[in-house]
Write a protein that binds this ligand. Structure first.
Ligand code: FES
Length: 454
């Protein structure tokens, strides 16, 4: 309709054209320019522990087979048969050393190599292309704390380069223990009739919506103690430090001092780093595991973990992580650790994939408790994200309106407050009440990718 791609995001006024949330042409471009170039979350290696184990996931609009080969390496292969384009694996998960296409029977190893075709001699008469050319296209794979990421951008930035400064903070969550994380059960999945970006940009550390959309957290039952320091008032939770990234990643770090004081009665100003960790261990970490954490993290990272730990945020383009403290009826605190991916399924549909994580070394009873409460709060039947997944479809529908799509999303609360004095971490850091900086940086990177020609 005449709107140029480069005009979808207005940098001077900090506005985004609403049509970006519904337009099919924009969606098609995103599949190449965003999902074809960035590192995408596919799962966790604990989902495929044995040789031959595989899961089928999506990289943007492409189905891929994520499989463990005989040598233990994880491979990500395009789930498209090179013969006539049939989907090779039509199930969600399984174990096999031979992925056989159900159409004519061409077969492939877990590493994507072509094995052979039925009645090859009789059918092909020796005219078949060399076998090395008939394998499945391979994505580049990176493991981070056991989490599987992959990209089609073979020559592009490494996964560490893609994370950039944000890695310093993410390491405090994903690289804090010797044996790493594991997934508790298969991920829950459900369809939301919304554009993936409605969820994606919210995951870039939007704390502001919590005060209104999730207001019940401050009002209902046990969760009425969810506020910072275990009170019903959620507004203190809105203060902290937010970290933005030139690659669209985002973190919300929330003040832990008030929580320690309220929940333990101790004055954090009088406690050492070790004592603060003992008083209130990070979500999902037991006191027995603290030596591992102290060994693996730097002094500066530990300072952040005990004072202003990252609790929610996103990995661009479509991942949310949450490492949150949930008060219990008995006065204790349970830490929950989660990952979500918002997988695009068309301009107005996404698949919400929810992994519940725990440290491998955590006791079985703790894992069970974490799984149950995660399901109650964050899963398919969970209470928190039913709020969000009601909002995103309304935004998507509004972006389809003849007038609505000409409206703009307005990022008003963008201003540099800078890092707190002595803040030890890198990145674009701002302190104070939650605002729009992180989501705005998310859109800036989306805009950069969408307008980059190569
Ligand atoms: Fe797969 Fe023919 S399409 S073997």
């Amino acid at each position: 309709d005449g709107t140029r791609l480069e005009d979808l995001v207005s940098v001077p006024t900090r506005e985004v054209q609403m049509r970006a949330l519904s337009d099919p042409e924009i969606y098609q471009l995103e599949m190449d320019r965003v999902f074809g170039r960035t590192w995408l979350l596919l799962g966790h290696e604990s989902e495929i522990p044995a040789s031959g184990d595989f899961i089928v996931r999506d990289m943007g609009s492409d189905s891929v087979i994520v499989a463990r080969a005989k040598d233990g390496a994880i491979h990500v292969s395009l789930n498209v048969c090179p013969h006539r384009g049939m989907r090779i694996s039509t199930v969600d998960a399984g174990n096999t050393q031979i992925h056989k296409c159900i159409y004519h029977g061409w077969a492939f190893r877990p590493n994507g190599e072509f094995i052979g075709a039925p009645v090859e001699k009789e059918c092909m008469h020796g005219r078949m292309m060399p076998k090395e050319e008939l394998g499945l296209p391979q994505a580049r794979v990176a493991l981070y704390g056991g989490i599987i990421f992959a990209t089609w951008d073979i020559e592009g930035p490494s996964f560490d380069e893609f994370l950039g400064d944000a890695k310093w903070y993410f390491d405090t969550l994903f690289e804090r223990s010797d044996n790493g994380l594991e997934v508790l059960g298969p991920p829950q999945r459900f369809i939301v009739r919304a554009n993936w970006k409605a969820a994606g940009e919210q995951s870039a550390a939007d704390g502001y919506h919590t005060l209104t959309l999730h207001r019940w957290l401050g009002e209902v039952g046990n969760y009425s103690k969810s506020g910072d320091g275990g009170s019903a008032d959620l507004s203190p939770e809105m203060y902290g430090v937010e970290v933005s990234s030139p690659h669209g990643h985002a973190l919300r770090c929330i003040d832990l001092g008030r929580k320690i004081k309220k929940l333990t009665g101790l004055d954090p100003a009088e406690l050492s780093v070790e004592q603060k960790l003992e008083a209130l261990p990070p979500p999902g970490v037991t006191r027995e595991m603290l030596p591992q954490l102290m060994k693996r993290l730097s002094k500066e990272q530990l300072e952040v973990v005990v004072s202003m730990p990252p609790q929610v945020g996103g990995i661009f383009p479509n991942v949310l992580f949450a490492f949150v403290y949930i008060p219990q009826a008995d006065g204790t605190v349970l830490g929950l650790t989660l990952l979500h991916a918002y997988v695009p399924k068309g301009p107005d549909q996404l698949e919400f994939v929810n992994w519940v994580l725990a440290e491998k070394d955590a006791p079985a009873e703790l894992k069970e408790k974490m799984l149950m409460q995660s399901i109650q709060l964050f899963g398919t039947s969970g209470m928190v994200e039913q709020d969000d997944s009601d909002t995103w479809p309304h935004m998507t529908l509004a972006a389809k309106g003849a007038r609505g799509r000409r409206s703009t999303l307005k990022y008003q609360a963008v201003y540099e407050t800078g890092a707190p004095k002595g803040w030890p971490g890198p990145g674009i850091v701002n302190e104070g009440f939650t605002k729009d900086d992180t989501q705005w940086h998310w859109w800036l990177y989306w805009n950069e990718l969408m307008n980059a020609r190569t």
